[in-house]
Design a protein around this ligand. Structure first.
Ligand code: GDP
Ligand code: MN
Length: 403
């Protein structure tokens, strides 16, 4: 699960990670109030207004309606409300949102931390993620912060520092110092970076996250180390014990069909193809998607209805698949192990009747306990549903249906 930058910064701060301070606002008036409050608390007289969406590239992104960028600087208190108005409620398109963009409901009003001083402010990159191949977390850092890190990784991989953390002993002091040293830091900035990395790692572990990306981490002109941006991804499987974080979910940022599926206890991932599928078991779902490809179609989704599928889950699955306008046919592939095929067949028929207006052909392949009885129920239902027992037969019927 992703959270917004303003939420991520709150979480980081609670673990002692230094951040660029800010206050979230959802109207231009609230943004002005936030700026005044920041001025009183931090003494800043410049303000950064940052669109809160679950996507990066906001600084270079454009709000379609007003042509404002998604991150802008206001150098006067009087400009804050107007600049906020140009972002709030607009549709922000960045390289990460796709051309349809994302609606901005909130902005973060933050203190300016790029003020001039003894040295130039400098941007770094820092992330922590799970290295599945090595079975441990890895800290990645680079002096090339603020820009497209994928490009740095591709063109100049030597500029990416990696430090793997043994899960049995956790992050060791020398490792944080090694990263700070490799980033070329000295004196107070070095000490600050060591503290930053240590606190950040504690936050990563404490929040059961699967990814942290802080880009940029800023060395201010007076050698403070701060998180200016924060992307935090929390492991969904840990949300049951991370109640405070779970409450930060913003479903407006998620795919509406995936949200609906999760509410019905279905494991659904939207894809771009034309054949919807409903399967019991993740492995069978993968095999079914391969089969759809072999028959010349493209899967429109992954949908695992789980072992205890019944008429209610089948109906919920149907409704979700049918909401996808690209779907030209639906393939139901169920193995009757725990659940009997005749019950699934009845479930399909009931769900079909209850939904009513289904305009795409449906192919049901039932195998396992009571497969024949199931096929009979489907064939005798008088509905636009055809049955198959073998995978090959089902593939041929899918091929016909989308031809
Ligand atoms: P992203 O574009 O979505 O990754 O958003 P970021 O939070 O990384 O901000 C984008 C850019 O805004 C940063 O790389 C900075 O160049 C700029 N920025 C952020 N905070 C400040 C600030 O306090 N002062 C100034 N002058 N620029 C800032
Ligand atoms: Mn950023």
């Amino acid at each position: 699960m992703n959270i917004h930058e303003y939420q991520a910064k709150e979480v980081l701060k609670s673990y002692g990670v230094k951040i660029q301070e800010g206050i979230v606002a959802d109207t231009p008036e609230a943004a002005l109030e936030a700026a005044k409050k920041l001025n009183a608390e931090t003494g800043t007289s410049w303000y950064v207004l940052k669109a809160q969406i679950h996507a990066g590239g906001r600084g270079k992104g454009k709000v379609q309606e007003t042509d404002s960028n998604g991150v802008v600087l206001a150098k006067k208190l009087e400009d804050v409300a107007e600049k906020a108005k140009n972002i709030l409620g607009g549709t922000l398109v960045t390289i990460q949102t796709g051309s349809e963009g994302k609606k901005v409901n909130k902005i973060l009003v933050a203190e300016d931390v790029y003020y001039p001083g003894a040295s130039e402010p400098k941007e770094y990159y820092l992330s922590i993620l799970l290295d599945r191949a090595k079975g441990c977390n890895v800290i990645m850092a680079s002096t090339e912060g603020g820009m497209d890190i994928e490009e740095v990784a591709e063109k100049t991989p030597e500029k990416i520092i990696k430090e793997w953390v043994d899960p049995k002993v956790g992050l060791q002091g020398f490792q944080a110092r090694k990263v700070a040293f490799k980033l070329g830091l000295e004196g107070n900035a070095f000490k600050e970076m060591v503290k930053f990395i240590t606190a950040l790692y504690a936050a990563y572990e404490g929040t059961d996250s699967s990814q942290f990306e802080i880009n940029p981490v800023l060395k201010t002109s007076d050698d403070k180390i701060l998180a200016v941006d924060a992307k935090v991804n929390i492991d969904d499987n840990a949300l049951y014990r991370q109640k405070n974080l779970a409450a930060m979910r913003d479903i407006a940022e998620e795919d509406p069909l995936e949200v609906e599926a999760a509410e019905s206890g279905l494991n659904y991932v939207k894809l771009d193809g034309n054949v919807g599928c409903m399967v019991n078991g993740a492995g069978l779902a993968m095999a079914t998607m391969d089969m759809i490809k072999l028959s010349g179609g493209e899967p429109a989704n992954f949908l695992d209805v789980g072992g205890g599928a019944n008429a209610t889950t089948v109906e919920a699955g149907f409704r979700i698949i049918l909401k996808d306008p690209n779907v030209k046919a639906i393939l139901i592939n169920v193995f009757g192990g725990i659940v009997r095929c005749d019950r699934i067949a009845n479930g399909v028929v009931e769900a079909y009747k209850s939904i009513g207006d289904i305009r795409v052909p449906i192919i049901v392949r039932l195998q396992g306990t009571n497969a024949e009885e199931g096929a009979k129920i489907i064939d005798e239902s008088g509905l636009k549903v055809s049955s198959a027992i073998t995978l090959k037969e089902a593939a041929e019927k899918v091929k016909e249906a989308i031809a």
